[in-house]
Design a protein around this ligand. Structure first.
Ligand code: DUC
Ligand code: ZN
Ligand code: ZN
Length: 488
């Protein structure tokens, strides 16, 4: 099927211009003024609308088995909800259990994701270490299009990666031309604080943020960044929620280190007052890690996006309904961590970013799509409006308004953290692989239509980085000094 998007303003990360866009065979075939519609083409009238690359959410957890339950949103409903909000691709996470073969876990997630209605890819978490993990990382990069490995520095006793794992995995990733990513929270500190808070008699969900204060995140971010610096590997810090981790990123970037930072729409827009609600269900619905922070952190995170020290926005979409959250009624440590947002990310960022003047439209495209495509090496196939790119497009009506509610959202969760927020600017049409999958508020999706997206390694650039890192290593410096002495 061909689709002609007529009369709109194309907005990319670099520029804005009036043009029609013709999609056919899943790709963008032509961009220009006055394009003719091929016979049988569907036509979208985009006058007074913006035509942008579909959103890429680089951080989701569909149907994740976690904390004794399974996330309620699966790959079908989750990717559909994304399309309803203009997000056309996700990068989800394979999270092997400790000791589980990581290739086997990867295959399991691939199977679960076959029902996706939009394109998807996977970061793979390194939760334990031995020779087989090292070998399987290589297979994942060379045979399965994985170019990013995730490390949870929290969740002690479960999926936490300690420093030894970080060092081993970071070194291997560099060798393979893969980027490393971390969930930065000091798991030992969280564990200790959780115990102390619980022992003080604070058993309710208000104990959750108390056990994960900003320095716990800042310390871990800084540690991961410094380990990556010594080893010379590029690093991406997921869901920065506070000034402390942003400062660690900013400092390293100013020193020339290749460090990237992600921020969640939720952390930009929701503060820690949600944890003071008297209702268990409301507080538990906001239990995620890292937690929502005091308003001063939100202001800093917006500045991080504006200055370019944070490059991507995501959701950490990980849904648990009220009955699942109730598992922690008497002990906050047992509340499954996670909140939703894939459907609303673009509209809340447009409303609070573009409409307020914090972001230009082009910056909006960069932080919702293009930067993620570039960092994870799928640009310009994704994240661009260019001839030959995948026809993953959102047509955006800047005048449309809507009030967000769990009663009307497509997400498979009984709560919406943006409940009651009225936004101006929403997706009028979403095009995925050249098909109109969302129009006039209605989804028209096909189970299994989503494709797995291979993400190639960054081979030659990383070779140069590896050489550079080798020369800077203390062992190399000592070798050079000894050599000089010997020949003096
Ligand atoms: N944080 C969450 O809140 N949920 C899933 C995993 C994570 O790191
Ligand atoms: Zn996380
Ligand atoms: Zn996550």
């Amino acid at each position: 099927m061909s689709v002609l998007i007529k009369g709109g303003t194309v907005v990319t990360a670099e520029q804005s211009f009036r043009a029609d866009v013709l999609c056919d065979g899943g790709k963008i075939q032509a961009i220009g003024k006055g394009l003719d519609a091929p016979k049988g083409a569907e036509i979208i009238d985009a006058s007074s609308q913006y035509v942008m690359p579909g959103g890429i959410d680089p951080h989701t957890h569909m149907q994740l088995p976690f904390m004794g339950t399974v996330a309620s949103e699966d790959f079908y409903s989750g990717t559909a909800a994304g399309l309803a909000g203009g997000t056309t691709m996700i990068i989800d996470f394979v999270i092997p259990n400790p000791q589980q073969n990581i290739l086997e876990a990867y295959k399991q997630w691939r199977e679960w994701a076959e029902k996706s209605v939009a394109d998807y890819s996977f970061h793979v978490a390194i939760t334990w270490w031995d020779d087989t993990v090292e070998k399987d990382m290589e297979t994942l990069v060379k045979k399965h299009g994985v170019n990013s490995f995730k490390h949870f520095m929290a969740y002690k006793g479960a999926i936490m990666a300690d420093d030894e794992i970080l060092v081993n995995s970071f070194s291997k990733a560099l060798q393979l031309g893969a980027i490393v990513t971390v969930h930065a929270e000091n798991g030992d500190l969280v564990f200790r604080l959780q115990q102390e808070i619980y022992d003080m008699g604070i058993t309710g969900p208000e104990g959750h943020p108390l056990s994960r204060p900003p320095p716990v995140e800042g310390e871990a971010a800084n540690r991961a960044i410094r380990i990556a610096e010594v080893l010379g590997v590029p690093i991406y810090i997921v869901h920065n929620s506070c000034k402390q981790s942003l400062e660690a990123i900013t400092r390293a970037r100013n020193e020339g280190q290749r460090v990237f930072g992600e921020v969640l729409a939720g952390h930009l827009l929701i503060d820690d007052s949600v944890y003071r609600d008297p209702d268990f269900e409301v507080v538990a619905a906001h239990v995620m890690s890292p937690p929502f922070r005091a308003p001063e952190h939100q202001a800093a995170l917006w500045h991080g996006l504006q200055s370019g020290n944070l490059q991507t926005t995501a959701t950490d979409h990980c849904c648990f309904c009220a009955d699942q959250k109730a598992a922690g009624k008497d002990d906050f440590r047992l509340i499954p961590n996670g909140t939703a947002g894939i459907e609303n990310r673009l509209e809340v960022l447009w409303h609070h970013g573009v409409n307020t003047g914090r972001l230009t439209m082009n910056e909006f495209v960069a932080v919702t799509s293009t930067n993620a495509a570039q960092i994870f090496n799928i640009y310009p196939r994704k994240g661009s409006i260019s001839v030959g790119a995948d026809a993953d497009i959102v047509v955006w009506d800047p005048e449309a308004t809507k009030t967000i509610s769990a009663k009307t959202h497509h997400q498979n969760i009984d709560y919406n953290i943006f409940e009651g927020m009225t936004v101006k600017g929403c997706a009028s049409h979403t095009i995925s692989q050249g098909n109109i999958v969302f129009a006039d508020g209605k989804l028209n999706v096909e189970r299994g239509a989503g494709n797995y997206v291979d993400r190639p390694a960054y081979a030659s650039y990383y070779d140069a980085l590896a050489k550079q890192a080798e020369q800077k290593k203390p062992t190399a410096v000592i070798r050079d000094a000894l050599h000089t002495v010997k020949h003096a």
